[in-house]
Write a protein that binds this ligand. Sequence first.
Ligand code: FEO
Length: 397
Amino acid sequence: MGEIELKKDIYWVGAIDWNLRDFHGYSTPKGTTYNAFLVLDEKVTLFDTVKRGFKDDLLRKISVIIDPKKIDYVVVNHAEMDHSSSLPEIMDICRPKKLFCSSRGKQALLQHYHRPDWPFEVVETGHEISLGRRTVKFIETRMLHWPDSMFSYLQEDALLISSDAFGQHWATSERFDDQVPGAELMEHAAKYYANILLLYSPLVQKLLGGVREMGLRVDIIAPDHGIIWRKDPGAILGAYDAWSRQDKARKALVVFDTMWESTASMGRAVADGLIQEGLSVQVMDLRFTHRSDVMTQVLDSSALIFGSSTLNNGMLPRMADLLHYMRGLKPQNKMGAAFGSYGWSGEGVRMVEQALQEMKVEIALPSVKVQYVPDEQCLQECVELGRKMGRLVLERM
Ligand code: FEO
């Protein structure tokens, strides 16, 4: 009763984590899911497991369908602990004959769980195994998200089990893209891409090209987090293509932190200038916005205009946190500028500019700085900064 079937004899047996609020620095206000899939065939196969603490959910779902001891094979597409930390208990309970993973997967699993007795079978791109009526083809997807990551493609069902790729951190009672609002689904997918995969965009491009060359028909994409794409897998493939190319858009992002509202009022003036030039503008005040929500907006913004007051000869700590986080995610093809107020030493703006430069954001316009509180003339300079940036964005479209 209540089993969720993707295709005949292929079941979702994952777990819903309604309470997860942080995924290594990425805010997950709506939780996540750890998806796992059970295939009934001559060789009963479990694709991926779940985070420790959700093992009972996984076993309960499997038990409704089949005795877990009847599982012949376990496939580990990715060794990160959100998918593998229940593996030691699952291996002890199910005692499968084979555990399939990539060579880096084997290494990572040994370094996590120290169980050389597990029946490892190392596979690589193009390697195929038969489950009976079905063939599974493996595709290594190194660094998407870890060096060990891989996809499992179930040929006869045209089902791609895609591990972290194409996922979302979104806990829902629904499992499929035809059961949830499309716009909300895409927002979660974009946040996930911006915070997990953005730095690997060149590899995503290569992978999408490789999958196209292999000529794989894909009816369903089943990621290990969130909603499964069965109505329109092309939608998420197209979005990944656009996000990984980091195409220019008519959009600018103004982000700031402020001590006494001076830098905030400068940021709003910059935004006014951008709006006057017809750009889509997002304004984010770091006192109220999480770094990972800023990254979602960075994804499709052409211009990044960041502001900070000066505190203790530096920028404000929330801006430093954002810039440090952003540097790791390596956004490409962006123009930038900085602004901010200061009391006496005034290093904050220069440090913001320098940090943007270090991550290869092109500093397209000189910064605007003001001592203490901006007057009308200064605010007009900020509007002009926005207008000039707006015109540059449009010129380069
Ligand atoms: Fe969902 Fe890289 O783990």
